[in-house]
Design a protein around this ligand. Structure first.
Ligand SMILES: NC(=O)C1=CN([C@@H]2O[C@H](COP(=O)(O)OP(=O)(O)OC[C@H]3O[C@@H](n4cnc5c(N)ncnc54)[C@H](O)[C@@H]3O)[C@@H](O)[C@H]2O)C=CC1
Ligand SMILES: O=C([O-])CC(=O)C(=O)O
Length: 343
């Protein structure tokens, strides 16, 4: 007989952290054996803030866990095979849950084309999280983020455990890209380039606010090209990978940054700000329930949602276009759960 208990393969290192160690945080990655999941898990293993790493996937998680567990940092790594009991065990006690589970794009596809496959994957993983650990900070990487985040909110509402402060669509990659692209243009250090990107996470819903960057002088054709590159940076990678998927390594870095920021804020660090797609008051009056903007993180998740600040007329045009698509994407996610509730 297959033993559910034994299926949770544990690679406990001999010098496990004592209960009194600082920052004793468990982090769970669902979809851990994938293109993003593997490097993301590796980065989490390197973080002194993480003491337990739970790796779950429908295939291959124990192998990835065995591999990563040999990295000589002081944390425990466990790999989980796909049973409901193992999924619940992986989730239990996690401070942060990251979901990169789902299919990536191929050339010619939009992120919305992933909806049919990924909506039910994310719905079911959100359902498991709502049952096993509803207080965890839930970070959604799986696309289309503009729809998968509302799907999670609807699932949590069905369980009466929805807390808008703990649900995050991961849009960090958009600012990682924006700062890199602007530094290429201006021959500067990308780390010094702070670019605000708001809206959502696909095409025209990605709105860089260059007027608030270090280089408000970027205008005209140069600006249009830069904005387009930031909005469609994901397509650049999809095209270059030529059918083998989308961004994985830069995304792992971006997802890790988001997770680490949540843990830093949990530790009481103040002034931790990340861009993220959250249940937001900013455009609710226009019927847009979720919106990405800079968000100050606190021990309980969202502490303060920053407004979009002063924008110019060009950026106002970008926001208007963003809101049209974003509203449809959000409504699609909400409708999906209404018509296909978790079993
Ligand atoms: N938010 C963002 O900025 C970005 C999002 N993405 C999205 O992340 C997702 C994952 O991308 P990749 O890692 O490249 O794909 P991948 O196909 O390499 O990995 C996905 C993993 O999810 C697993 N999986 C599938 N169904 C599952 C389930 N029900 N439970 C647990 N695991 C499951 C698969 O076995 C696979 O290991 C895609 O939807 C992609 O579009 C990708 C890049 C950036
Ligand atoms: O482009 C994709 O499909 C993956 C993604 O979200 C990104 O790289 O920003």
């Amino acid at each position: 007989m297959f033993s559910v208990r034994r299926a949770a393969v544990s690679f406990t290192q001999k010098r496990a952290f004592s209960a009194s160690a600082a920052n004793p945080y468990k982090v769970a990655v669902l979809g851990a054996a994938g293109g993003i999941g593997q490097p993301l898990s590796l980065l989490l293993k390197l973080s002194p803030k993480v003491t337990e790493l739970a790796l779950y996937d429908v295939r291959g998680a124990p192998g990835v866990a065995a591999d990563i567990s040999h990295v000589n940092t002081n944390s425990v790594v466990k790999g989980y095979t796909p049973t409901p009991e193992n999924l619940a065990e992986a989730l239990k006690g996690a401070e942060v849950v990251l979901i990169p589970a789902g299919v990536p794009r191929k050339p010619g596809m939009s992120r919305d084309d992933l909806f049919n496959t990924n909506a039910s994957i994310v719905r079911d993983l959100a359902d498991a999280t709502a049952k096993a650990n509803p207080k965890a900070k839930l970070c959604i990487i799986a696309n289309p983020v503009n729809s998968t985040v509302p799907i999670c909110a609807e699932v949590y509402k069905k369980h009466n455990v929805y807390n808008p402060a703990t649900l995050f669509g991961v849009t960090t990659l958009d600012v990682v890209r924006a700062s890199r692209f602007i530094s290429e243009l201006k021959s500067t250090d990308p780390k010094a380039e702070k670019v605000t990107v708001v809206g959502g996470h696909s095409g025209v819903t990605i709105v860089p606010l260059l007027s608030q960057s270090n280089h408000p002088d970027i205008e005209g054709e140069v600006r249009d090209k830069l904005v387009n590159r930031i909005q469609f940076g994901g397509d650049e990678v999809v095209k270059a990978k030529d059918g083998a998927g989308s961004a994985t390594l830069s995304m792992a870095l971006a997802g890790f940054r988001m997770a680490e920021s949540l843990l830093r804020a949990k530790d009481g660090e103040t002034g931790v700000v990340e861009p993220t797609f959250v249940d937001s008051p900013l455009f609710k009056e226009q019927g847009v329930e979720f919106f990405a903007s800079n968000v100050e993180l606190g021990p309980d998740g969202v502490k303060k949602i920053h407004g979009i600040g002063d924008i110019n007329s060009y950026e106002k045009g970008l926001i208007d276009a963003c809101l049209v698509d974003l509203k449809k994407n959000i409504e699609k996610g909400v409708k999906f759960v209404a018509e296909n509730p978790p079993k």
